[in-house]
Design a protein around this ligand. Structure first.
Ligand code: TZP
Length: 209
């Protein structure tokens, strides 16, 4: 499965009290190709500790481990990638530090940011929120499918859509030009995160075939 097609973005406050690593583990067993650890309130040391619990699982299942924001942690734990946020080092600085040892994704919220991230050498873009999402009201109103399509047409690197993406919405998001989707609540809050992962995977497969 295309590694960029489905990224589970973590938020351990949304697991309904279940252990985050256990939840991620069952999603990986169901075929999840990528997980981005995004626990913004944790220290670098705590993020590294969580990564070290996730790394063997992602290796066993052949999935990618991406660390949100912290390039230092990504390098220390041998993660596959880092996801740049608006307050992180620039993509250019990250590349200067890491070279090709990790891939670099950039979270963007506008066409200009998307083009800038590509220019600086990002490997992929995460664009959103596409739909209204309780997980990220802080980024204001949803961007919508038209803006997503605009961004996807303007850059050559893959665009991952995020924000309010349910399994039912996968087809229209891919039709707008996204290479894949990033999901928090759609999977983490489900009664069975593994079953929900499978639903996304089936939707992705039928939308790309
Ligand atoms: N970036 C833009 S929206 C978002 C992030 C991290 C949150 C997505 O969460 P959900 O629950 O999948 O809508």
């Amino acid at each position: 499965m295309d590694e960029l097609s489905l990224t589970l973005v973590t938020d351990r406050t949304q697991t309904r009290g279940r252990d985050l690593v256990a939840v991620v583990g069952e999603c990986l067993a169901a075929g999840l190709p990528a997980v981005q650890l995004r626990e913004k309130d944790l220290s670098a040391g705590e993020i590294a500790a969580l990564c070290r619990r996730l790394r063997p699982l992602t290796r066993d299942y052949g999935a990618r481990l991406i660390v949100n924001d912290r390039l230092d942690v990504a390098l220390a734990v041998g993660a596959d990638g880092v996801q740049r946020t608006g307050t992180s080092l620039s993509v250019r600085d990250m590349r200067a530090v890491a070279g090709r040892r990790v891939q670099i994704g950039a979270s963007v919220h506008s066409l200009e940011e998307a083009i800038g991230a590509q220019r600086e050498g990002a490997d992929w873009i995460v664009f959103g929120p596409v739909y209204d999402t309780a997980s990220k009201r802080v980024y204001g109103p949803p961007q919508g499918l038209n803006r997503l399509a605009e961004v996807a047409q303007a850059v050559k690197i893959p665009v991952i859509a995020i924000g309010g993406i349910t399994a039912e919405r996968v087809a229209e998001v891919l039709a707008a030009g996204a290479r894949g989707v990033g999901v928090i609540s759609g999977i983490l809050t489900a009664a069975s995160p593994a079953d929900e992962t499978l639903r996304y995977i089936k939707e992705l497969a039928s939308s790309t075939s």
